[in-house]
Every structure is written in structure tokens, then in C-alpha cells.
Design a protein around this ligand. Structure first.
Ligand code: ADP
Ligand code: MG
Length: 352
């Protein structure tokens, strides 16, 4: 008997052909919002729900062992912290502040009580840092390692919410922090793991890579930027957090806002250690790590030209280009002055 629950029939289509975003599009097309309180459904960093005075923001993310993390080099405290950060980051990307989280855990008996303690030590540290409350969750056993699903609830004043779809031609494109470091940190961790597996007497030498390895293992949400933009009196016209790489997130802004973009390679912030590790050790063009690496959890946003003066002296906000009226304009001006079209690779979890 062929089972039909997994779609194993003559009409079977492969998820890998659709990709993650294709799959989400397919799901979302089949659902209409039925309640007037559902302001924004599928398609942004968080859902937006009308609660009367404010908007409630809801976002959820799963971290699955051997897909999103490798316990060979990921301390459980860091994993717990990161699981909270990635959700808080999605709430920040709506210009909101996270207030509560619920956590669902699927865990195999390979893990000890002390391991769970370590995971929750990290979760607690993040809760303290972001001032969010853990208010519930669910726990189940698992035969396939560890899976952590976190849902964050946040709040934003109605006139302050920022979507992916508000970018206008001539708006300035901004990114925070620096990009590509988490990706290069991951490359180093993977390399050291292979060295260790080949010869367990070889101890990993990570001191030299502290910054980029830290960016991979200890992700931080840029809640500070949300606060500072408010202080500066700047409301971005569109915003998204950078989880899948700058290029992929720029494409989301383009698609949702119905615009194009032009960015300048020399304006894209890349840290010196990221640059050297990419160029000298891994023979990767550093801009590729910034454009297509993932997990930076920096913010990408657009501001109107009128707000230029307010933002221009902020040390951690970088203006990398501007929004273009032509929707098919998705280009980068290289350091040599060439115009190249951007490719959004992002992360396709379904390709082998
Ligand atoms: P992010 O990278 O910001 O976490 P995703 O790319 O994961 O965003 O998700 C994009 C949008 O699709 C979000 O609105 C999310 O809630 C929605 N989404 C993702 N997966 C599913 C699913 N399986 N069912 C319904 N909505 C989904
Ligand atoms: Mg996001």
C-alpha cells in the first residue's frame, strides 16, 4: 500500500523544486484572513493583530538539530540564547518590542537534565537581556535529536508598525552592524570540526576567530537600533531582519514594495576579520559572504531622503544604496564601477 499522507502518489512534486519561499507562497495562497483583527498575515517578519490600543506582533521560528545547528560545536547555552534572539529580531523588524515568548521543545533521551538546564540558562540570559518573559510552551520526546520552536509576542504602537512593503523610489537603503561574519564563523567552525574528526588529538584553534565565531554562536537581535531610531525620530519606510543574507532580504523588500534597488559594494559593511578569513583562507569573495551568507540578524531598512540628516552620523547604521522605481532593477555597483545584477541565493533548506 502506498501511503498518501506524504504525497507519495503518481502526482508527487518535490519540495526542493519549490524551495522554502515557493512553499510558503503556495500555502499562503490557500488562506484568506477572516477576522478584521488580523491586520497582516503570512508574508512579513511577524503577523500583526489588532488588540485595540496597540498592535500585537507574533512570530515563530524553529531551530532543528543538524539543519540549523550542530551540537559538535554549539554550546547549549548559546543555542538557547540564539533561539530567543532570532525571534526577538523578527519582532524588531516590525519596529516592535518583544514582550513574551513560548517555547516548544522536542528532545531525545540522548540529552541529560543538565543539558536541558544549560539550554535554559541561555534562554534565561536572553530573556533578561531583551526583557521578555517566558510564559509557556510544550515538551515532547523526539527520536531525531533536538528541536526548539519559539514563538515571540511583541507590541508596537499602531502608527509605528513597519512592513516590508513601504519602500518608495529614492528612499535610502540602510543596514546595521556588519555582514557576512556569522557565515564566515560557521565556515571556520565546520573546518575545525573536520580537522578534529580526522585527528581527535588536534584541538580546534578558535581564539583568532573570536569575533566571527561569536557572531555565529551568539546571535544578537538589534533591539538597540529600534530604540535609537525612535530617539532620532525616524520611522523606516520598510524593514526586514537579515537572516538569509542581504541579497535575499533586499529581494523581499523589492517584491513586497514593488520597487527595485541599487546598492554599492564599497558601502556594504564587512568587518576586517570577515574580509580576511573569506578572502585569504577560504578564497571566497567577501562581498559574497555579506550578500549570501546568513544569520547576521542585522536590520535592513529604508528611510525617506528627508530623514538622511537624522541618521547620517549614527556609527552603526550604514547607507548602502537607494530604492529604484524600476522593479527589475536589482543591481550592485562594484568597487570597480561595474553594474552587476544581484542573485538571491538565501538558504534553501530543501535542496540537498
Ligand atoms: P523570517 O525569515 O522573517 O522568519 P520566513 O521566511 O520564515 O520569515 O517566513 C515568511 C512568512 O511566511 C512569515 O509571515 C511566516 O509567518 C510565514 N510562514 C512560514 N512558514 C509557514 C507555514 N508553514 N505556514 C504558514 N505560514 C508560514
Ligand atoms: Mg525575519
Amino acid at each position: 500500500m502506498v501511503t498518501t499522507t506524504t504525497g507519495m502518489s503518481e502526482n508527487r512534486s518535490e519540495i526542493s523544486n519549490l524551495g522554502e519561499f515557493g512553499l510558503i507562497d503556495r500555502i499562503s495562497k490557500k488562506f484568506n484572513l477572516q477576522n478584521a483583527t488580523s491586520i497582516k498575515g503570512i508574508g512579513d517578519d511577524a503577523a500583526v493583530i489588532d488588540t485595540g490600543d496597540d498592535y500585537l506582533l507574533v512570530s515563530t521560528d524553529v531551530l532543528a538539530e543538524s539543519i540549523h545547528f550542530d551540537l559538535a560545536y554549539t554550546p547549549l547555552q548559546h543555542l538557547g540564547y540564539k533561539a530567543v534572539s532570532v525571534n526577538v529580531s523578527d519582532i524588531a523588524a516590525m519596529n516592535g518590542k518583544a514582550e513574551q515568548i513560548v517555547i516548544s521543545l522536542a528532545i531525545s533521551n540522548r540529552f541529560s537534565v543538565e543539558a536541558v538546564d544549560a539550554l535554559y540558562d541561555g534562554i534565561r540570559a536572553a530573556c533578561e537581556h531583551y526583557q521578555v518573559d517566558l510564559v509557556g510552551g510544550d515538551t515532547t520526546s523526539s527520536r531525531a535529536g533536538l528541536m526548539i520552536s519559539i514563538t515571540a509576542l511583541g507590541r508596537v504602537k499602531k502608527d509605528k508598525v513597519v512592513y516590508r512593503d513601504g519602500a518608495k523610489p529614492n528612499d535610502i537603503i540602510c543596514v546595521t552592524g556588519d555582514l557576512g561574519a556569522a557565515f564566515m564563523g560557521l565556515q571556520v567552525l565546520e573546518r575545525e570540526k573536520e580537522v578534529f574528526q580526522a585527528d581527535p588529538n588536534m584541538q580546534p584553534s578558535l581564539e583568532k576567530y573570536e569575533y566571527i565565531v561569536g557572531r555565529q554562536l551568539r546571535s544578537m537581535a538589534r533591539t538597540d537600533i529600534i530604540f535609537e531610531l525612535e530617539e532620532l525620530g525616524v520611522k523606516p519606510t520598510s524593514m526586514i531582519d537579515i537572516s538569509d543574507g542581504l541579497a535575499s532580504e533586499l529581494f523581499h523588500i523589492c517584491k513586497n514594495s514593488n520597487v527595485g534597488i541599487r546598492i554599492y559594494e564599497d558601502k556594504v559593511p564587512v568587518d576586517q576579520m570577515t574580509f580576511n578569513t573569506a578572502a585569504l583562507e577560504f578564497k571566497i569573495d567577501p562581498i559574497t559572504a555579506a550578500l549570501n551568507g546568513g544569520e547576521d540578524y542585522e536590520l535592513l531598512f529604508t528611510i525617506s531622503q528627508a530623514d538622511f540628516e537624522k541618521v547620517k552620523n549614527h556609527a552603526d547604521i550604514h547607507m548602502i544604496g537607494y530604492v529604484h522605481e524600476k522593479t527589475n532593477e536589482r543591481v550592485m555597483i562594484t568597487k570597480q564601477g561595474n553594474v552587476v545584477s544581484l542573485q538571491a541565493q538565501g538558504w534553501n533548506h530543501f535542496s540537498s
